[in-house]
Design a binder for this molecule. Structure first.
Ligand code: S3P
Length: 436
């Protein structure tokens, strides 16, 4: 997808009512594509996230010789060729678009291939740090060249087998952990990755389901090389990171009562619920079950006054993608909210700390940018403004929710980037919005 300069106008007012099934989980869809492609036989991905980011992973594996097709029900059917069945791409490079998950995870797979591949991304992805994956893969024996400063494009000359290593990652990152674990499948022994705080654990859950021998000890995960992966039917739950916009929208818009169906409440992802509850939110868990190895819950959210809170590094991996929308919630909360330990946000799809501070200030919020976070004083009434998403999907959606509760219209430039993770965002917002 090429991101157009399309803009959207959000007219304020209305409550969010009724129910919504937020889109399928982005992280799980990526991993289902990876593990299905490396399994021997046919897998089915039920309710995949058919959005730009996950399409990049599917396209990467098609280029590596894997058949991935959509059936009439909308499932993705992946015919895996086993761990050693990928083909050298005929194309000059694999294009990862805006997707850090695609680029970092596929690097782990390519490190174990007997050929060389070039990886490219869009402007945002080309500015994101890659040393965090290049370093461990180099230690495992891959030969990788990167643009000066260790940025994409990367060229990966694989090696088979890779050396099994024990990698102590300086960042808590599921992308790094997953990259090393995927490379570990091609290693000559047990590969271990340790992170400073536990990041989302979908890779561990899904590898175990596919029959990979894996041990998890809190912040350390070890994988045995050379397994044979079993094809699966993966059922993808709704993404809590997408649900987050509607959770906060319903809390902030007076008169709201919104049921969010089938949300993945994996304990490594549910930090937003914990923080919102500390802020005084009423979030009712209506029905919990386990689907596809992941906890799934219906969440009922009602409009409620909030109070400021402080949260930091400890909880950050559990809500890393939700900081922009939590910052918006904080502008409407009574008192001071301080978000610390969030320096990673500067190297996401954009520098999210800078853009969120700039955008919400423009709307009248009292928000200071800190080196590793934000300090917000609330409540402040917001006024409509002209904002730019900077091509960052999570900023576009945060600004849209801000526009709902602002006085006057909000215009968001580059609003099409919601396609990256939540293609139906604008329709869904209008569908559950009720003017009183
Ligand atoms: C993701 C991990 C997180 C998150 C990203 C998706 C994943 O990134 O921000 O949206 O699917 O592994 P980091 O691993 O860089 O923290």
């Amino acid at each position: 997808m090429t991101l157009s300069t399309s803009s959207r106008v959000v007219v304020p007012g209305g409550a969010l009512r009724g129910e919504l099934r937020p889109p399928p989980d982005k992280s799980i869809t990526h991993r289902a594509v990876f593990l299905s492609s490396l399994a021997q036989g046919t897998s089915r991905i039920v309710r995949p996230l058919s959005a730009d980011d996950c399409e990049r992973s599917a396209e990467a594996f098609r280029t590596l010789g894997i058949s991935i097709e959509t059936n009439p029900e909308g499932d993705w059917i992946v015919v895996g060729r086993g761990l050693y069945g990928l083909r050298e791409p005929r194309a000059d490079h694999l294009y990862c678009g805006n997707s850090g998950t695609t680029l970092r995870l596929v690097s782990g797979v390519l490190a174990g291939q007997p050929f060389s591949t070039k990886l490219m991304g869009d402007k945002s992805l080309s500015g994101r740090p890659m040393a965090r994956v290049v370093d461990p893969l180099t230690a495992m024996g891959a030969d990788i060249t990167a643009r000066k400063g260790c940025y994409a494009p990367l060229r990966i000359h694989g090696r088979r087998p890779l050396r099994a290593v024990e990698w102590i990652s300086p960042v808590a990152s599921a992308q790094v952990k997953s990259c090393v674990l995927l490379a570990g499948l091609y290693a000559d022994g047990v590969t271990t990755v340790e992170e400073p705080l536990r990041s989302r654990d979908h890779t561990e859950r899904m590898m175990a389901a596919a029959g990979v021998r894996l041990t998890v000890d809190e912040r350390r995960v070890s994988v045995q090389g050379g397994p044979s992966l079993k094809p699966q039917d993966w059922v993808v739950p709704s993404d809590i990171s997408s649900a987050a916009f509607f959770m906060v929208g319903a809390l902030l818009a007076p008169g709201s009562e919104l049921m969010l169906r089938g949300v993945n409440t994996n304990p490594t992802r549910d930090g937003i619920v914990e923080v919102l509850e500390k802020m005084g939110a009423g979030i009712q868990r209506e029905r919990s079950l386990v689907s596809g190895g992941e906890p799934v819950t219906d969440l009922l959210i009602r409009h409620r006054g909030l109070k400021g809170v402080t949260f930091g590094a400890d909880i950050m991996p559990r809500l890393v993608d939700e900081v922009p929308i939590l910052a918006l919630a904080a502008t409407q909360a009574q008192g001071v909210t301080e978000i610390r330990g969030a320096a990673e946000l500067r190297v996401k799809e954009s520098d999210r700390l800078a853009h969120i501070a700039r955008g919400l200030s423009k709307m009248g919020a009292r928000i200071d940018e800190l080196p590793d976070g934000l300090r917000i004083e609330g409540p402040t009434p917001l006024r409509g403004a002209r904002l730019d998403s900077a091509g960052d999907h999570r900023l576009a959606m945060t600004f849209a929710v801000a526009g709902l509760i602002a006085e006057g219209e909000t215009e968001i430039a580059n609003a099409d980037c919601v396609e990256i993770s939540f293609p139906t965002f604008w329709e869904d917002l209008e569908r559950v919005r009720v003017q009183s």
